[in-house]
Design a protein around this ligand. Structure first.
Ligand SMILES: Cc1cc2nc3c(=O)[nH]c(=O)nc-3n(C[C@H](O)[C@H](O)[C@H](O)COP(=O)(O)O)c2cc1C
Length: 298
């Protein structure tokens, strides 16, 4: 019987569009019906962002407030697989994806349906995936696979290059010196392999084995230092978000948050990570390995 796949995604710069297309390549070469829905906010976010608009998205993103989306319809009531492709914003689900997953018609197609999540991030996707897992669970979906693509450059380099990209709209080498921002072209092309693995399982429906195969292919690598940051930062973001939404002089506080974030990333995190590596990490090797395995899983 012909298989029906629904792909839901949002992309601002087009990076996730390229990732989705690469993932779907093997599907198009087979007799599979693929329905792709690219969701759009009713009022789209500016690209390139201004510094003010970029940080202004933080509180509602972190608090998970839904935003209105443009209308869209599904052709079917049921699918054999839903691919949900998304990007993290401020360690949470991007605003359009958060809104999408909360729609009742989306929850209806997700119910009792295998779901593969496909992430195009800078490098921090663990916390957003935890939030998504909870929403998928509420919808009664069956998460069967997760693929997370990242910018493989060192964390602080990728902070500089992503800000350059987001604030100028240029996905090129900042000052001719820095690497290109975002997920590399090679990694985007390689996503085809994860698509092939998923496609093979779609025909057998032995979904239980999918994530293990994807992990073996390097689909969801977890880096210890990034995990360390992600296990702490969301609580602080949440405090900031709750504080800022109540303020009358929101703009001023968002500027304070911006400098706080840069200070935390460039000064505090490297010091804390170094101290942790020197004095603490050795005592928690087993626990850390178990956590990394957990995040690589479902
Ligand atoms: C407002 C904003 C916040 C972001 N926060 C994160 C983040 O917390 N973690 C991360 O890995 N990437 C983050 N990114 C990068 C995005 O996940 C994504 O890789 C990039 O925006 C390109 O996605 P696109 O396909 O929508 O163009 C952020 C991007 C934006 C615009």
């Amino acid at each position: 019987m012909r298989k029906h796949v629904l792909v839901l995604y949002y992309s601002q710069t087009g990076q996730l569009t390229d990732i989705v297309n690469s993932f779907l390549q093997p599907f198009y070469e087979q007799e599979v019906s693929v329905e792709v829905v690219r969701v759009k906010p009713l009022k789209d976010f500016p690209f390139p962002w201004t510094s003010a608009s970029f940080f202004d998205a933080m509180p509602e993103t972190v608090l998970g407030h839904p935003i209105p989306l443009q209308e869209f319809e599904f052709k079917r009531e049921r699918y054999d697989l839903v691919v949900l492709a998304y990007q993290p914003w401020f360690l949470s689900l991007s605003l359009p994806i958060n809104a999408l997953v909360r729609l009742s018609k989306v929850q209806a197609v997700l119910k009792d349906t295998p779901v593969v999540t496909l992430i195009g991030s800078r490098n921090m996707w663990i916390s957003s995936q935890e939030k998504l897992k909870a929403l998928l669970h509420t919808a009664g979906a069956k998460l069967v696979g997760n693929i997370a693509l990242v910018d493989r450059n060192p964390n602080l380099i990728s902070v500089v290059t992503i800000l350059y990209w987001m604030l100028t709209g240029k996905k090129d080498k900042y000052l001719g010196l820095f690497p290109k921002p975002g997920v590399s072209d090679e990694d985007i092309a390689q996503t085809r392999i994860f698509g092939q693995t998923t496609l093979e399982i779609l025909f057998t429906e032995k979904w239980d084995g999918l994530q293990q195969q994807l992990v073996q292919q390097g689909a969801a690598a977890v880096q210890y230092n990034l995990m360390f940051i992600e296990e702490r930062a969301p609580r602080l973001f949440s405090l900031w978000a709750r504080f800022i939404v109540k303020r009358q002089n929101r703009k001023a506080w968002l500027v304070v948050f911006k400098y706080y974030l840069l200070f935390a990333l460039f000064i505090v995190a490297p010091i804390v990570l170094t101290l942790n590596t020197l004095f603490l990490r050795i005592f928690f090797l087993k626990k850390a390995a178990a956590k990394m395995k957990y995040y690589q899983g479902l």
